[in-house]
Design a protein around this ligand. Structure first.
Ligand SMILES: [Zn+2]
Ligand SMILES: [Zn+2]
Length: 392
């Protein structure tokens, strides 16, 4: 039996398990370094049991999309980039799908979903390391293939496959606020969890390197948890933005230690442990920041690396200092479903107190994804966004 449903401007007709979308879905396909994206039309999507078809409301460009397009990270085109987005479910596979909290999802629900889909069966998944599952599927990173063409956020629709952690989003949460949750905010939540397993946040001074979206989100989350936040970034505009996200003090990593804008002097301004602290979070992706942060740690301190580092970079750190100061250095890549839940729960209230929406430029049309990625590379805004609903 065929049924026809109308969801906003798109008509979805369904015969068996194939959903025909009218007008057809569009995905912008990255075809390689130095080349433009090309649109592909996807008139039908085969939904397996547990799958969902989501109409993308807004997608934001993450730093990793910029790195892929530049050729800084290994990726095999053609692929549909984009892994930070919010959208509305327009159709469900047989049996429907459930959110991470167990609630049944319905057509019309507004959702975000995890960047990664773990198998939930392998040893790593059983050990709580699902984001490193060897059978992992990843939105916005995999070569386009028949049957999963709508696999990234730079599209009118995303085919959200069974097993994807999905979190429902309240209608009042602005799209620009919540779209980055599925990478930046969820990763920030994972990094904070890794730190607090060693040192609780309340009353501590937290030093954050990098005032991009992850650093700003971590600053606001740490501030809400009762920490005193110091943010370091070479960009003056970003340092000022950090103040609006809870930073009591800001530092310029290019300033020599001891000068007024240096890390140590700014940490001292929080007035707790002299020029050292017990929690340091690295989001800048600069190897030099790792050394500076490690040097700032007091006895029992923890440094968590949550920013993508250039492969092969080496950082001189005095191992004697790690031993004698009882330091912990941890790495975090991606996140678990609970971190996405935590990020959305945090934003539900925090977006009224911290200017998350102001960090995202007004959406460009989806067809201008090349311009959007170029704008993201220039870094004028913390995030650049695209929407198929934006006027050409
Ligand atoms: Zn990302
Ligand atoms: Zn697995």
């Amino acid at each position: 039996m065929t049924r026809t449903l109308t969801h906003g401007p798109a008509v979805v007709a369904r015969a068996s398990d194939v959903v025909c979308i009218s007008p057809g879905a569009t995905a912008m396909v990255w075809t390689g370094v130095g080349r433009s994206h090309e649109p592909i039309a996807v008139p039908g999507v085969g939904l397996a049991p547990g799958d969902a078809l989501v109409a993308v409301e807004l997608a934001t460009v993450c730093e990793s999309d910029v790195h892929t397009v530049r050729g800084d990270r290994p990726s095999v085109p053609p692929l549909v980039l984009g892994h930070e987005q919010v959208g509305t479910i327009v159709e469900l596979g047989r049996g429907g799908a459930r959110a991470t909290d167990g609630r049944r999802l319905n057509v019309g629900d507004r959702v975000v979903w995890s960047t990664t889909v773990p198998c939930r069966r392998c040893t790593r998944c059983r050990h709580g390391l699902g984001q490193k599952c060897p059978n992992l599927r990843t939105y916005g990173h995999e070569r386009t293939r028949r049957g999963w063409e709508l696999s990234g956020g730079f599209a009118s629709h995303v085919h959200v496959v069974a097993g994807t952690p999905i979190v429902a989003v309240a209608a009042e949460l602005p799209a620009a606020v919540v779209a980055p949750a599925s990478c930046a905010m969820a990763t920030a939540a994972a990094v904070l969890e890794a730190a607090t397993a060693i040192v609780p946040l309340e009353g501590e001074t937290v030093l954050i390197a990098g005032a991009g979206m992850r650093g700003l989100a971590a600053a606001a989350m740490a501030k809400d948890a009762g920490a005193h936040v110091v943010v370091s970034d070479p960009d003056r505009g970003r340092r000022e933005a950090a103040r609006a996200f809870g930073a009591e003090a800001v530092a310029d990593p290019r300033v020599h230690e001891g000068a007024s804008g240096s890390l140590g002097v700014q940490v001292a301004r929080t007035g707790r442990r002299g020029t050292s602290c017990r929690i340091a979070l690295e989001f800048s992706g600069e190897p030099a920041a790792v050394r500076a942060l490690a040097s700032s740690l007091d006895v029992g301190g923890v440094l968590v690396l949550g920013g993508g580092m250039p492969p092969g970079a080496e950082v001189p750190i005095d191992p004697d200092r790690i031993v004698r100061r009882l330091l912990t250095i941890r790495g975090v890549h991606n996140y678990a479903p609970r971190h996405l839940e935590r990020a959305v729960a945090f934003l539900a209230d925090a977006w009224r107190r911290y200017p998350f929406g102001d960090q995202v430029a007004s959406p460009l049309p989806l067809a201008r994804i090349d311009d959007a990625i170029a704008a993201a590379a220039r870094g004028v805004h913390t995030r650049v966004s695209v929407s198929s609903a934006a006027a050409l």
